[in-house]
Design a protein. Structure first.
Length: 132
């Protein structure tokens, strides 16, 4: 479904997808697979038998950092701002839901050991990633 909406060239995957069949399929779609290497305690690569352990190039590592950053943002939205209970669709409605939960967090600041300014700074950081 995302292929119909967005043209993308990279597929960022964690080490669970470190298999030759998956990377070959990704390449057959003219995508560049960037998979976190999982050598599974082996001295040789799983994807290229006989080769040394595989590591990400500097460019792949830079792209993978973006995935890691977005995973952290998504986790924070779920854990701290009520993102696990979103039952609406659309960016504006989701943002309204998250902001309502954030307002409630600011009102109850101090009860969880964080000040209102710390919670507010977190909201500012999240807003930078998800502008409306």
């Amino acid at each position: 479904m995302s292929s119909q909406r967005v043209t993308y060239f990279y597929e960022l995957m964690d080490s669970a997808y470190d298999a030759q069949e998956i990377t070959e399929h990704s390449r057959s779609l003219n995508h560049v697979p960037i998979v976190d290497p999982n050598n599974r305690g082996r001295s040789q690569s799983v994807i290229a038998p006989g080769a040394a352990k595989r590591e990400l190039s500097w460019a792949e590592a830079d792209h993978y950092k973006e995935r890691t950053m977005m995973e952290r943002v998504n986790g924070r939205l779920k854990d701290e701002f009520g993102g696990r209970t979103v039952r609406v669709r659309g960016a504006v409605k989701v943002m309204a839901h998250l902001m309502r939960n954030a307002r409630n967090r600011v009102r109850s600041a101090g009860t969880d050991g964080r000040s209102a300014s710390e919670v507010g700074q977190g909201l500012t950081n999240i807003g930078e990633y998800f502008p409306l």
